[in-house]
Design a protein around this ligand. Structure first.
Ligand code: ZN
Length: 357
């Protein structure tokens, strides 16, 4: 009996040891989820740095226990869980400590966590065996594109949740089988999924002709604005194409000398100039076809300018004149037109002409 009890006690002890790392990881992740949930409900003016200050001491000590934990079978999954949570609140010091520990105790889980670079407006997470400096270079490209958007359109808020940095999840694959896409499902921030096949350098187009640079510019167009609703897609998928080609053309002209532009040559195939020459776009402006919407957007581009178009979107946001699906902003062309007239009252005639009525 005594032996049996001792055996049961030792089993319980082993079970407790196994559970401890995951319990601490969950404690840390739950505290971050709570902060992010509350922020998503009422973003106010808090930045991600403000939110980080709300992380309770209990969560920090749970992480310290986890980092000091002896190897157990669930230590890898537990550290992975905590590492992903750290990224959800831009806790890069925590992320680095977790990643270091994972590399030592569970290389498989470390590969799943990947590496990350945090900049003032976004976090790039890279999953796969990227060469040193790859993610930093990609972050330079993304910073350059965001600066380009500032210069051309001046959109005030990129993330669907104000205050939260954008996320890009770059993953290295044997081959790119799907284009980059904006994932609307993430509850706390806007995230772009970005498959690549070359972990040595980021270049575009790829050998297979995939326009990754244009793709990144295009996806940011979706992050900024969707049109109609989930079913109607009022812009016929023209808006992100329009902002994408505008940005590629702008950066080729204004940032061509930047080191990060050296391997990006999409402008030869993707530009506003080419869209102007495209026969499909030489139709009256309308929201009936993709060519019609391109015609409308290009007419506005020429009549009021992209800065005014950006100001109209900013105005719609300020006044909450958008529909939110998963927090993603959906606008209507009718509201957009009214907002354009509000921000550029002296250009009503040009706006009417651009809308074709
Ligand atoms: Zn798209």
């Amino acid at each position: 009996m005594k032996i049996l009890l001792r055996f049961l006690a030792s089993l319980l002890f082993v079970a407790a040891c196994w559970a401890a790392p995951m319990q601490d990881a969950v404690g840390y992740a739950d505290a971050i989820a709570k902060i992010n949930d509350a922020h998503a409900k009422q973003p106010g003016k808090s930045t991600e740095a403000d939110l980080a200050k709300m992380l309770p001491a209990s969560a920090k000590s749970a992480l310290q226990r986890l980092l000091a934990s002896k190897p157990t079978p669930d230590l890898g999954p537990a550290l992975l869980r905590a590492g992903e949570a750290a990224l959800d609140l831009d806790q890069m010091t925590d992320f680095e400590a977790i990643r270091k520990q994972l590399l030592a105790v569970a290389p498989d889980a470390a590969a799943k966590l990947g590496n990350a670079v945090s900049r003032s407006r976004f976090i790039v997470r890279g999953i796969g065996a990227f060469e040193a400096g790859w993610l930093e270079n990609f972050a330079d490209v993304f910073d350059g594109i965001l600066a380009g958007y500032d210069e051309v359109f001046g959109f005030k808020e990129f993330s669907k949740i104000p205050g939260k940095k954008l996320r890009v999840r770059v993953h290295l694959e044997a081959a790119i089988t799907a284009p980059p896409h904006f994932g609307p499902e993430f509850p706390w921030h806007s995230e772009i999924d970005f498959p690549v096949a070359d972990g040595a350098k980021f270049s575009s187009p790829t050998e297979k002709g995939q326009m990754l640079f244009y793709g990144l510019c295009h996806e940011l167009g979706h992050v900024i604005a969707m049109w109609g609703d989930l079913k109607t897609m009022e812009d016929k998928h023209a808006w992100a194409h329009y902002t994408g080609v505008v940005l590629v053309e702008h950066l080729a002209e204004k940032a061509g000398e930047k080191p990060w532009m050296a391997t990006l040559r999409d402008v030869r195939w993707r530009s506003l100039k080419l869209e102007r020459e495209n026969a499909e776009n030489k139709v009256p402006p309308s929201t009936a076809t993709v060519g019609g919407v391109m015609s409308l957007l290009m007419a506005l581009h020429d009549a009021v300018g992209p800065k005014t178009m950006g100001a109209a979107i900013n105005r719609l946001d300020e006044q909450n004149r958008n529909r939110r699906v998963n927090h993603v902003r959906y606008y209507s062309f009718a509201d957009f037109r009214k907002a354009l007239e509000e921000v550029a009252p002296d250009k009503k005639a040009q706006i009417a002409k651009a809308f074709g009525k």
